[in-house]
Design a protein around this ligand. Structure first.
Ligand SMILES: Cc1ncc(COP(=O)(O)O)c(C=O)c1O
Length: 354
């Protein structure tokens, strides 16, 4: 095992004996990475829910508990994005997203740590409310530009145009967001979780993730395949219908195969389950169940989750446990992907808590 693989294994808590049997990560660890995440993040037993539901084996992987920018899944991707930016000798990173985007906030935080400037293109109106929502980005030293409520394609074009303009001015811009590169963070996270799982009284059988743009999910599914599929993976869609979600994941998964050169079999062989019941009115629109999940996690575990991503995912997790999809003797884990900062801008969306 090479130096990089040893480091990943050590971060994941593996002993030397374990390392002998680990699949070869060298193709992934060859990519430059900027250190942002002290792995492993906690694998926390949900003892409150175990008591309440009268069953053992309920866990949360706390990717919200990281040192930088209030943490979250995007930091694992940013390790690779900033690694690439620094390799290319960029001096400014560009990123695009809504006013409360976790990607934007974490990019601003990570860029400040890496000594890079950061320009954020917000596809939102320039209103006092949106400026307040993006306050942390400017606190981290990023410049924020509001281009109005345009779609993903127009936002991408505006970001590219801003990067070209910067190049003309003699700057070296790097656009954050390559889905395949970002997904590598969650390939490694699957290994990390597997190492933690092996140290529990009974290994995890089910992992529940948000189904959204895809890098987190596709990376985890790819890592799970490299490991020989120890986990049944459940995706709770929070953004797209099933066909669109499947297409996004499949594109990134195939891209991972090409980038790493690892032939690990197609997605159709993966133990993968799509759950659409919590999508409700779509991205960012709360449902009675998502609000109930926020309240239940706050009052049962003292854990904060928010409306857009984690509430629906956790509502799905509780459903799968309640309806027996996750049987009482099969340990299950929900991934907390962070985003908790958004909760402070969501107070008016609550119906049951004033
Ligand atoms: C808190 C949080 N969870 C989950 C996701 C979804 O991750 P992905 O875009 O990798 O599907 C995001 C994406 O922005 C997020 O901010």
């Amino acid at each position: 095992m090479g130096r990089h693989a040893e480091r990943a294994a050590a971060q994941a808590g593996a002993s030397e004996d374990d390392c002998e049997t680990m699949p070869d990560l060298s193709n992934i660890l060859r990519e430059p990475r900027y250190d942002l995440v002290k792995a492993p993040t906690p694998l926390q037993r949900l003892t409150g829910f175990e008591r309440k539901l009268g069953r053992p084996g309920l866990y949360m992987k706390r990717d919200d508990l990281m040192e930088i920018g209030l943490g979250g899944n995007k930091l694992r991707s940013l390790e690779f994005w900033l690694g690439a930016a620094l390799r290319e000798r960029a001096d400014i990173v560009l990123v695009a997203g809504g006013a409360t985007s976790n990607l934007c906030r974490l990019t601003a935080a990570a860029a400040s740590m890496a000594g890079l400037d950061c320009l954020i293109i917000h596809n939102a109106e320039d209103t006092p409310a949106n400026r307040e929502r993006s306050f942390l980005n400017r606190l981290f030293g990023a410049e924020t530009r509001f281009i109005g409520p345009v779609g993903e394609d127009e936002r991408g074009a505006a970001t590219k145009a801003a990067a070209e303009e910067l190049s003309r001015q003699g700057r070296a811009p790097y656009i954050v967001g390559d889905a395949v590169l970002g997904a590598l963070g969650y390939v490694l996270a699957a290994f990390e979780l597997q190492e933690q799982s092996r140290r529990e009284p009974a290994p995890l059988r089910h992992v529940v993730l948000a189904g959204s743009m895809g890098p987190t999910e596709a990376g985890f599914i790819f890592g799970n395949a490299m490991l020989g599929h120890p986990f049944q993976v459940h995706l709770v869609s929070v953004e797209y219908g099933q066909a669109e979600l499947e297409a996004r994941i499949s594109r990134i998964y195939d891209g991972l195969g090409e980038r790493t050169g690892l032939a690990i079999g197609g997605l159709d062989h993966a133990p993968l389950h799509y759950h659409m019941a919590h999508l409700g009115g779509g991205w960012g629109v709360p449902t009675p169940e998502s609000e109930a999940a926020i309240v239940a996690f706050a009052r049962t575990e003292g854990i904060l989750i928010e409306h857009v991503y984690t509430a629906k995912t956790c509502a799905g997790f509780l459903d799968l446990v309640a309806n027996g999809t996750v049987p009482p003797d099969e340990p299950a884990c929900v991934l907390h992907t962070g985003g908790t900062a958004s909760l402070f801008a969501q107070r008016e969306q609550f119906r049951t808590v004033s």
